[in-house]
Design a protein around this ligand. Structure first.
Ligand SMILES: [Zn+2]
Length: 109
């Protein structure tokens, strides 16, 4: 079972208390973007077997959105953090680099 630590209320919530919100750190496209960039924003998502960054909502707890870094293959959680960040905190990237040498995700590594 997947258990994620909510960075807002401090609860270790299991997946039945959470709602998945898809990929984190999407680059938003809007007016003025090209059709190809807007199409990519709407429809293309990472689907790795390994390190992934995701949006989660503590729906049966505090109700807030947060972000999680985890391995989709082993369910190992590298950390959770505020949804008000544009990229993962350095300490989470360091943890991932220590455990998964050579990892990359999108333009992050
Ligand atoms: Zn919470």
């Amino acid at each position: 079972m997947l258990i994620l630590h909510c960075p807002y209320c401090g609860v270790d919530a299991d997946e039945t208390d959470l709602h998945a919100g898809g990929e984190a750190h999407l680059k938003r496209e809007g007016p003025g973007s090209t059709d190809d960039d807007f199409e990519d924003y709407l429809f293309l998502r990472e689907n790795p077997k390994g390190v992934h960054f995701e949006r989660w909502r503590h729906v049966y707890g505090c109700g807030k959105w947060f972000l999680a870094a985890r391995c989709t293959n082993t369910l190992e959680v590298f950390g959770t953090y505020s949804a008000q960040t544009t990229e993962p905190p350095q300490e989470i990237k360091d943890i991932i680099s220590e455990k998964r040498s050579g990892w990359s995700w999108g333009n992050l590594s």
